[in-house]
Design a protein around this ligand. Structure first.
Ligand code: HEC
Length: 201
């Protein structure tokens, strides 16, 4: 009986990590993520000065998130010319896999940085020549404050998908790496659509 139960539990866990969208990180469930069932939320008593949040969201995007994601997305690729497939790029050595593992871990951990309250935005809009297509930094700040739940949900989604990629990397599973890597992009796009790009009419 014990064996049956643990296999069933395992099957449930596997179904959970293989399904898309993820069962544990949907926009509705995620608000309970730090609250054990039927318990009142614990008040956050960590003082503001506990964390250093001076690095802006934009800097984190450019310095850690984009390079880590690109490393994962470009890990398996072909360069095709008129003469045929010229380069067939894929991780081969242990060092290649280790670099991918480091990128996945960076992406998961930078999610925690984005979750720290008080994270600053840049003072200047990204592209001052096109003020209409993007929210200004102070607008983004206000959106993050007014819809903290979705902000958290997109980050949790990014971490969830990247954890699937990390598993594929640890198993040196090329197909898994490509499939799960592509899924990470959903969380980037989702968050950008709500918190960065101004809706077009
Ligand atoms: C929780 C929300 C959120 C997630 C998830 C997210 N981003 Fe962003 N990203 C933003 C916001 C907000 C901005 C605009 C920041 C600003 O204007 O100060 C931004 C800006 C950027 C930029 C702007 C660079 C520039 O200078 O033009 C890049 C690149 C970027 N994100 C890449 C990514 C990638 C790649 C992912 C997924 C792996 C991702 N982001 C996931 C919120 C997010």
């Amino acid at each position: 009986m014990k064996i049956i139960i643990s296999i069933a539990t395992l099957a449930l866990l596997m179904a959970c990590s293989a399904e898309q969208p993820p069962c544990e990180t949907s926009l509705t469930v995620v608000s309970d993520i730090n609250q054990p069932d039927n318990q009142t939320p614990v008040e956050n008593t960590i003082p503001d000065e506990y964390f250093d949040t001076d690095t802006s969201v934009l800097t984190l995007m450019n310095a850690i998130i984009q390079p880590s994601a690109l490393e994962l997305w470009q890990a398996v690729r072909y360069v095709v010319t008129a003469e045929g497939v010229e380069e067939d790029i894929r991780p081969q050595t242990d060092a290649d896999w280790f670099r991918l593992q480091a990128s996945a871990i960076s992406l998961i951990e930078v999610g925690n940085s984005l979750l720290i309250p008080g994270r600053v935005m840049d003072n200047e809009p990204i592209d001052p020549d096109y003020p209409d297509y993007q929210y200004r930094p102070e607008e983004i700040q206000a959106l993050v404050e007014s819809d903290a739940e979705n902000w958290r949900a997109y980050i949790k989604e990014m971490q969830f998908f990247t954890k699937n990629t990390l598993e594929a990397i640890e198993e040196k599973d090329l197909i898994g790496l490509m499939e799960t890597g592509a899924a990470i992009n959903n969380s980037c796009q989702g968050c950008h659509a709500e918190f960065w790009y101004r809706p077009t009419n």
